[in-house]
Design a binder for this molecule. Sequence first.
Ligand code: 5AD
Ligand code: SF4
Length: 469
Amino acid sequence: MTISSSLMSDDKGFGKAVYIATYGCQMNEYDSELVRSILAQAGYVFVDGANEADIVLLNTCSVRENAHRKVYGHIHEIRHKRQGRPVVIGVLGCMATGLRQELMDDRALALDLVVGPDSYKRLPQILTAIRAGLKPAPTLQGARYPMITTTMEHPGYDVTLSEFETYADVYPTRSAGVNAWVAVMRGCNNFCSFCIVPYTRGRERSRPVENVLDEVKRLADDGFKQVTLLGQNVNSYRHDGKDFAHLLDEISKIKRIARIRFTSPHPKDFPESLIRVLGENPKVCKQVHLPLQAGNDRVLALMNRHYTGAVFMDLVTRIRRACPGIALSTDIIVGFPTETGLEFNDTVRLMQEAAFDSAFIFKYSVRPNTEAERRLKDDVPEKEKTERIVRINKIQTDISLGKNKALIGQIEPVLIESVVLSKGNSVYGRNDANKIVVLPKGNFKPGDMVQARITAATPHQLKGEPLAS
Ligand code: 5AD
Ligand code: SF4
């Protein structure tokens, strides 16, 4: 770690303009909003680009390999563009905890701070220490994931994972809009063998029901029409004996919030209470993201997913029975270590059987320190992974198109989000199932709920005509 010399010698030259770049999942989007709020209270201001900033914070993702490359590239680009003009650069998020040693040791990156997802409240203090020009001590050696607290010798370094931090007392600074993300639980205890998240984000913990309700009420006051509840595994939500289904029902009582979504539940413990709420509560959107990962039972066991293909399909059937027409999406990993071509066919078969509305399909990539990295060889050749991903994407595209075409002629409530950017003569919103619906512009504004007849479909979006009101 280095500290720009100008910051050490001349505190006055160090301004408070911050630029935050966010990578990865919605949880990171939410965390960046938390960071904005924490820093704004400490007098920092925000700018739209790294070039105008005094401090650049990259809120990073570790879930797949290519995320790392992007972040390294971005840091080098910022340094190059600044051409020696001083800037404090920090890495936040999952890379901070997952790659702590590597990041600190990398002299070319020359990072000033490395702060993990449970330490954002300390950012003002950390930045003040950096401003004061404290010189960092040599990097710590040792285990890859030790619990280390910042010391005065390491002013920019805090990757401590907490069992309690939920940021319940921070109201995130969001840009105005229609949808607001709300984290209701953090961390993950599942340890799927391919996944780095339990190591980078620590153990599960939930926010109190009342505290979530307060945030959503405030969001309604601020004009948001939809909330999307976030957690690495939302159906592990538990506080004072109250479960996730209870939380959804309570939130739905807040007037002016029209829609509630959530992501992601784990198929292994999807309770009946949640299926009931999906079927019965009109504000809870008819859409569930249900990560399957693989269709073969041996591979699922190796992944430590705690369900079989048959159990997953039974869940799909029970959800569809309670909630006909519900849209289901999924995540799939192809080329998990030792997955044979025949075993991959089981994934294809299950995809066809489940007929998801959409799917995110990834090639397996080795994540440091995970169970899969320690015990298995990444032995499916890259070419084979590519062939599998191409094949499954094609199949899914056809299923998605079929599902969307079946909606032509139906009347759907569409929550308007924004004017389409390209020509400006249409608007887009989403139906209950979270599908994008493009409508002719009219007089709609973001937040309007419009009844529309679906007139055309592609695999990824719908077109509609508003009904005359
Ligand atoms: N390789 C490929 N995909 C992964 N995911 C998580 N870890 C890995 C990995 N090591 C995918 C899973 C998860 C999604 C968020 O990212 O499908 O559901
Ligand atoms: Fe990762 Fe599995 Fe936890 Fe999801 S449930 S965050 S895939 S360990």
